[in-house]
Design a protein around this ligand. Structure first.
Ligand code: ZN
Length: 295
């Protein structure tokens, strides 16, 4: 059997096809192998943005820090892209900018509406907001709009979506619990596969309906709570129409034209407080550019 070195498989099937073509050509050297067309895609994950110095931490940064981040992203020549652009690219349509980046905000906080939305607008940028349905439902029904802990209301989600600044992702209706028995969207101990998939279908499907009612569009992006993955969740996510999913593994993604699978379980870098903009972004950009150059 022909043993193919692992590094040759990194580019996936199209590179393998190119290799086979190469081997099939007499002499080989005249062959101009078609490289799979792909882009390196760093993704940043934010949570809260608050003007409260005593709350800053791993999941809370200040509006000033966010502004500096966005300015730096622009200065370094990166262009935030939408899920729709990425989905078109992997389907073989449309182009992506030379240095794409994905900007995401998890959990659907009101602080995304109050701080992140105007900041992205200011720079003409776009992002993805991953919403936990039960919280947005709750804060849409009660009279408590404290930005320190409230979540965005349906009306705020609609405004952000209609502006074109934010695409809305599904972050489960009520499965955003880190500890057992379930831990995010994982299968519980002793739960049958059928029961597990039914529970997911109900929860995530409920959020799909609520978000569709709020914005007029059914989400196509799913963010795994805490990045907890489960192989048996995939079939349900496919069934519910998700063509892009995001985890929390800190790595730069490679997105390949003609390979929709390359939008599965995208890695994202969590942006904590207490690190300067440059020391956070420089290693990520170096990684994205190093591998892009090595293609
Ligand atoms: Zn989350």
């Amino acid at each position: 059997m022909l043993r193919i070195p692992k590094w040759l498989l990194i580019g996936g099937c199209s590179l393998l096809a190119a290799l086979i073509l190469f081997l099939a050509v007499p002499g080989g050297i005249k062959m101009v192998a078609a490289k799979p067309e792909s882009v390196r895609l760093p993704a940043v994950m934010y949570h809260h943005v608050l003007n409260q110095s005593d709350m800053l931490g791993d999941y809370v940064i200040s509006p000033k820090q966010l502004d500096e981040d966005l300015r730096y992203i622009q200065e370094r020549g990166y262009t935030p892209v939408s899920a729709a652009e990425l989905q078109a690219y992997v389907a073989g349509e449309g182009e992506l900018p030379e240095r794409p980046i994905l900007i995401t905000f998890d959990d659907g906080y009101k602080s995304s509406f109050v701080y992140a939305y105007p900041a992205l607008k200011k720079y003409g940028m776009k992002g993805i907001l991953a919403v936990i349905g039960i919280h947005s439902e709750y804060y849409s029904e009660i009279d408590d709009d404290n930005v320190n802990y409230a979540h965005a209301t349906w009306d705020e989600l609609r405004q952000m979506f209609e502006s074109g600044v934010f695409e809305i992702a599904n972050h489960t209706y009520d499965m955003h619990e880190e500890s057992s028995p379930r831990a995010g969207v994982r299968r519980k101990a002793g739960e049958s596969k059928a029961d597990y998939q039914k529970a997911l279908r109900e929860d995530i499907g409920t959020n799909q309906q609520l978000l569709e009612m709020a914005t007029g569009k059914t989400p196509t992006v799913f963010a795994y709570p805490f990045g907890f993955l489960d192989e048996d969740a995939r079939a349900v996510l496919d069934e519910l129409g998700f063509t892009m999913t995001m985890g929390v593994a800190e790595r730069v993604n490679t997105v390949t034209r003609g390979e929709p699978e390359s939008l599965r379980e995208l890695g994202r870098y969590n942006r904590p407080y207490g690190v300067t903009t440059q020391s956070f972004f420089d290693p990520i950009f170096a990684e994205a550019e190093r591998e892009a150059a090595a293609k």
